[in-house]
Structure formats: C-alpha cells, structure tokens
Design a protein around this ligand. Structure first.
Ligand SMILES: NC(=O)c1ccc[n+]([C@@H]2O[C@H](COP(=O)([O-])OP(=O)(O)OC[C@H]3O[C@@H](n4cnc5c(N)ncnc54)[C@H](O)[C@@H]3O)[C@@H](O)[C@H]2O)c1
Length: 234
C-alpha cells in the first residue's frame, strides 16, 4: 500500500487555509497546520503554533514534520495578512511585518522543507492575491508582498524543478468571515458570485495532485472574472 502523503498548510487555523486543510484531509492526506493562532480543537490536522516569519520557528516546525510525519509531499504557503494604512502613517515595522509573513515566510518555509519536498517529488502552492497586479489606495505593503510572492513562485519553480513543482493561486474576493453579502457583491463578478474558501481548496488540491504534473511556475487567478472586467465611471 502506498504511504499516506503529508501536507503542511500555513495559516490553516482559519479561512482559506482551514478549508484547504479540511479538503486535503478529506482527500486522504495527512495534514499538518501551522498558524500563529490556536486552531479549533476539532481541526482535522495536527496543529502547530508557529509564526512563519520567524526563522527559528520555521526551522523547528519542519524539524517536527521530519520527526512526526517523516516526509513532506506538499506545502501550501497560505499564511498572510493585510495592513491598510496611508503611506504617511505606515510604519517601517508594519511594512516589514507584512513582508515578513506574506513573502519572507514562503522563502523560509521552502528553504527548510526543500530536502523533504525533493525526496517526495512534492509540490508547493503559494497563495498570493489579485492585489499583486491591481490596488486600492493604502495597501502598499500588501500589494508589494503579493507581487513579490508571484515572482518568488516562478523563481522557486525553476530552482527546484524537476523534483518539486511550485505554483501560485491569486484569489480575488473570497468570503471567509461569514459577513452578509449584498446581491451587488455577487453580481459584479462575471461568475455571478463572491468566492468561497472551498474554491481555493479545490484548485490547491488539483495543483498538489498528479493530474497537474505539467504545471509549474504558474499563477492561477481565482477571482470569478473580476479582474477581467473593464470598468468606466458612468
Ligand atoms: N480572503 C480573501 O478575499 C483573500 C483574497 C486574496 C488573497 N488572500 C490570501 O489568502 C490567505 C488566507 O487569507 P484568509 O482570508 O483565509 O485570512 P484569515 O485571516 O482568515 O486567515 C489567515 C490565517 O493566517 C494566520 N497567520 C497570519 N500571519 C501568520 C504568521 N506570521 N504565521 C502563522 N500564521 C499566520 C492567521 O492567524 C490566520 O489564521 C492570505 O495569504 C491572504 O492574503 C485572501
């Protein structure tokens, strides 16, 4: 019998990461979640509290996977957050914190996981954003971090291939907080609705699986068509 594949999902205590972890567990993966927040007690993964922007914490996290699971076939680098502040009010510490988690975290994770991922012939999925390519005001650190992550994805794909495939999902609006959505929120999307965490999980599952074997270094925009829509003021 083939050994159970192991996946590490960062930021998996909530939102998109939680949905990715649940989907992979349902698909038969052994899942480890790393988050700086505690996960729900009924979470279907082994949950580790770790800050992905902290080099020592990432190193300890991957040592733990090596010790406990003994292999790593997939990494979903999903942990991320946004600071919305005017340029004038954005402190250097805040800029560094956003870059530290959203961009540097992926570098630290993949570097620490490289040997296990290569040994397994594994795959990495990074989670960027449509904000890598378009912006609202006051989102400089987030946009820069996600643009960097798209570039880091193709750099890693070239360095780690052919052993490891590395792809990026850039979600648009994914409702994760259970907020009430208005009909116009859905209607503005060419797909007719706002995205769900399960939409990201389904694409991640495919990108980590054997059917995407010819796909690497790619960015998948998952936004219900929003960024394809041309908008002029009336
Ligand atoms: N929800 C959206 O509309 C949307 C759109 C585009 C991109 N994204 C991206 O998707 C990813 C997940 O977003 P979400 O909406 O599920 O957010 P969320 O806030 O619901 O979940 C993010 C999780 O990441 C964790 N986290 C943050 N910083 C961390 C760190 N340094 N170390 C470990 N864990 C950390 C948080 O504790 C949280 O559990 C993020 O990278 C986000 O930028 C989300």
């Amino acid at each position: 019998m083939a050994e159970t594949r192991v996946a590490l999902v960062t930021g998996g205590a909530n939102g998109i990461g939680q949905s990715v972890a649940a989907r992979l567990a349902r698909d038969g993966w052994r899942v480890v979640v790393a988050d700086r927040q505690e996960a729900r007690p009924d979470h279907p993964a082994r949950c580790v509290e770790a800050d992905v922007s902290d080099e020592a914490a990432v190193s300890a996290l991957l040592d733990g996977v090596r010790r406990e699971e003994g292999r790593l076939d997939a990494l979903v680098s999903n942990a991320g957050f946004m600071v919305r502040k005017s340029l004038r009010d954005l402190a250097l510490a805040e800029w560094n914190a956003v870059l530290g988690t959203n961009l540097t975290g992926t570098f630290l994770l993949v570097r620490a996981a490289e040997a296990m991922l290569r040994a397994a012939g594994g795959a990495v999925v990074t989670v960027a954003s449509t904000r890598a390519r378009q912006s609202e005001p006051d989102t400089e650190s987030y946009a820069a971090s996600k643009g960097g992550l798209v570039a880091l994805t193709h750099a890693l794909a070239v360095s780690l291939g052919p052993d490891v495939r590395v792809n990026c999902i850039s979600p648009g609006w994914i409702e994760t907080k259970g907020e009430a959505l208005r009909p116009e929120d859905h209607a503005q999307h060419p797909a007719g609705r706002v995205g769900r965490p399960e939409d990201v999980a389904a694409l991640a599952a495919w990108l980590l699986g054997p059917e995407s074997g010819f796909v690497t270094g790619a960015e998948f925009v998952l936004d219900g068509g929003m960024t394809r829509r041309m908008i002029y003021a009336e």
